[in-house]
Design a protein around this ligand. Sequence first.
Ligand code: SF4
Ligand code: SF4
Ligand code: FES
Length: 504
Amino acid sequence: MALCNIKINGKPLSVEEGTNLIEAAKLLNIEIPHFCYHRHLSVAANCRMCLVEVKNSPKLVPACQTKVSDGMEVFTDTERVKRAQAAIMEFLFINHPVDCPICDQAGECYLQEYYMKFDKTLSRYKEEKNKKRKAYLIGPRVIYDAERCILCTRCIRFMEEVIKRPVLGIKYRGDKGYITTFKDETFDDPYSVNTADICPVGALTSADFRFRVRVWELTETDSICWGCSKNCSVKVCHKNNIVYRFLPRTNENVNRFFICDEGRLSYKLIHTDRLNYALRRGNQIDSESAQSFISEIVASDSQNISLVVSPSVNNESLYLIGRLARDVLKNSNIYFVQAETWEEDGILKSRIRDYNYFGFVRVMKSLGLNIAELKTDLQLKKTVLLFGANMRDEYKNILRQKRVIVFDTHTDDFVRSAEIAVPVTSLYEDDGTVINSDGILQRYKRAVESESLAMVYYLRNLLSDLDDEYLFENEESVFDNFLSPLLGIRDMKFAGIPPEGIRL
Ligand code: SF4
Ligand code: SF4
Ligand code: FES
């Protein structure tokens, strides 16, 4: 694409033809304030917050709607521009309640931020403000506060252009206007909470997250969603080892800038029904005893062990499970149990819900192992090593007839009935890699601490006779020493995996 040479505030820039002025200015780290513009949506140009001066143009122009042209000179910080920005802020505040102390958007609200950066003038408005309906459920997961809405239409455009279900609109005009669903139906879309993310003010908020914690107290860690094998990129927001929400993390390769509501709310599972200590037939034991019991069985009865995997385990653990099967147990068959599938929706949701099913298939096949789905009529051996139980009811009875050793994050009746159950870290408590339904490998990072150990730690002990132990030390060493060559990306190091992942 052709390049245009322009200047913004006197600084020269070469930028692709067709780029708008907001995006061009970002390349020079110059912020042009904006409310209605969103990089992934069509341009509405209705808020006028982004007005800038362009040489030889008699009027200020909206930066969101103006594309660069060769030789253009743009000014974002002249007195004229500053007056326009302050005037737009004053206009927006006429009917805005400014109820920041009781607003859940405080800390991530564009009105607050821009007021401090581009306005800071006192209100001259003496008249009574418009009263509109406050904080009500517009849908089961989204709350709307009509008084705070600046009618930027981002939420409307998101539903219409991205989800292709145009269910939102503005009712009435001018200062009477507010957002509603057509025929006032409930806003119960599987992607509804994204509208709260993209709403620049506190008009749309997540019913689940409201008032649980102030956003400036949260730490964000890059991760992926474990809700299905799409592996949408998310930011895990946490404080004091508790996860409070998932937010979409922009990744053009996977989920662009949004996630589904079900995946978003799946953060709750991190702290629900966790297996916190080792069990022997339901009774607590220390993890050293559990480990020595497992090592003894693997050493003394290796001919009599079957391996069953739930493909919700990271690639690093899968690699070590494969090596355990192939090189220690001399068993070339690995069985897997799939979680219930759901309907692929053509937007994000992938049919297979086990979040690393595609990593499982790839790693096991690369190791030359046969994989087969567990069936009720399968002849399993006397002992079953089960990695990540997530067990479906139809298999529980056949497994109960075996000596089951399970490594899992969560507990239920089945896990408690196992001969040995060993607690392991969940995806949000450790580092690792996964491969999604489109063949994209992503790395996730530890967000919160856990007292449990990673699955690789137990596997490493079972494999210690095979290689120098340091080669299996943690996920990073497993990836660098073994997985990257196995996956055909030998030069890629764990620490160098980019935030958007790599296509295999
Ligand atoms: S609810 Fe938010 S996103 Fe929707 S029009 Fe109002 S301010 Fe914009
Ligand atoms: S589509 Fe799948 S991976 Fe993405 S947010 Fe939803 S459940 Fe999570
Ligand atoms: S961001 Fe340009 S007019 Fe709203």
